[in-house]
Design a protein around this ligand. Structure first.
Ligand code: NAD
Length: 308
């Protein structure tokens, strides 16, 4: 029986469990939260919808971390979200302690699992989980690129009035203002967007993508995006559980790829049953390389602040 565990039964964790159930990715989904009864209540609310669309798996919630035992994939969504006016980096110290405590539990109870980290600031929090679990780098992965690319793809589709299904695009780098929505690789059914949109419009879309998370925070006021983040996580978990070998942009530990070492950054990878099966290295133009290097420097600064 395939088990998927989600630590943190807040907005993102619950959305993730909901999408996991809708997409039938695992026979058992476990939600864990430190707040007494919260995960239980969320799981019960979710499983009661199973009769309406025919999910026959299990979803349950608990405060007991030993419940994650034998999970194929464990997702960390525990941590504070941003409030208006905050950057993701402002969450560094508080979420470091939360992610550290979750990673200790994963090391104790789910040694063989593939871990997907979601808490912000993302690329630094994956590093925390990597250090604390001691897991091999193919089994510690950050989710951000799938979400940032989904935003980019939607904004392109919206500008052109075409189906988002036909838009392919990728966003590399850090999950923050320095991220790189790459223009050269963005296309609609194979047609480069530079053939379809003016450079001014493309610039506007790139900018909106970079600040796409902040735009939602400014509307919600009490938290950050959770619906598309939940599905983005499930896209990754599904590729691992079903060994689909999808090509998705994930935050992974670089050791020389793209001439960068010692940090987690978003790059395209193949995701399968072993987690990261391969990092895809594409030839970048000098200005793209420089922009990626800036992301790496920013991530290194955050890692230094972690003191670990
Ligand atoms: N990587 C991304 O693309 C992305 C997207 C959206 C949100 N996020 C991040 O995900 C995190 C969660 O966001 P949210 O909106 O769900 O927040 P939320 O406040 O709704 O939920 C967080 C949950 O974590 C729980 N928690 C705190 N400490 C815990 C611990 N030690 N063990 C278990 N559970 C614990 C809390 O009780 C709460 O229920 C935030 O850090 C947010 O910035 C990342």
């Amino acid at each position: 029986m395939t088990k998927l565990s989600i630590i943190g039964a807040g907005a993102v964790g619950t959305s993730c469990a909901n999408w996991g159930m809708v997409k039938n990715v695992a026979e058992e989904i476990v939600l864990v939260d430190i707040v007494p009864d919260l995960a239980k209540g969320k799981a019960l609310d979710l499983i009661q919808s199973s009769s309406l669309f025919g999910y026959s798996g299990k979803i349950w919630g608990t405060e007991d971390f030993s419940a994650i035992k034998d999970s194929k994939v464990v997702i960390i969504t525990a941590g504070k979200p941003r409030q208006p006016g905050m950057s993701r980096e402002d969450l560094l110290n508080i979420n470091k302690e939360i992610v550290k405590s979750c990673a200790e539990k994963i090391r104790e109870y789910a040694k063989e699992s593939v871990v997907i980290v979601v808490s912000n600031p993302l690329d630094a929090m994956v590093y925390v989980a990597y250090k604390v679990t001691g897991f091999p780098k193919n089994r510690i992965i950050g989710m951000a690129g799938v979400l940032d690319s989904a935003r980019y793809r939607y904004f392109i589709a919206e500008a052109l009035g075409v189906s988002p299904k036909d838009v392919q695009a990728l966003v590399m780098g850090i999950h923050g203002d320095l991220m790189l929505p790459l223009v050269r690789f963005a296309n609609v059914a194979g047609i480069p967007i530079t053939e379809l949109l003016s450079s001014e419009k493309i610039e506007e879309i790139v900018r909106r993508t970079k600040f796409g998370g902040g735009e939602i925070v400014s509307y919600l006021k009490t938290g950050s995006a959770f619906l598309t983040p939940g599905l983005s996580i499930i896209e990754m978990a599904e590729s691992i559980i079903k060994d689909e070998k999808r090509v998705l942009t994930c935050s992974v530990y670089l050791e020389g790829e793209y001439e960068i070492s010692g940090v987690f950054l978003g790059v395209p990878v193949i995701l399968g049953k072993n987690g990261i099966e391969r990092i895809i290295e594409i030839k970048l133009l000098p200005e793209e390389k420089d922009a990626l290097k800036k992301c790496a420097d920013s991530c290194k600064n955050l890692i230094n602040l972690l003191n670990m």
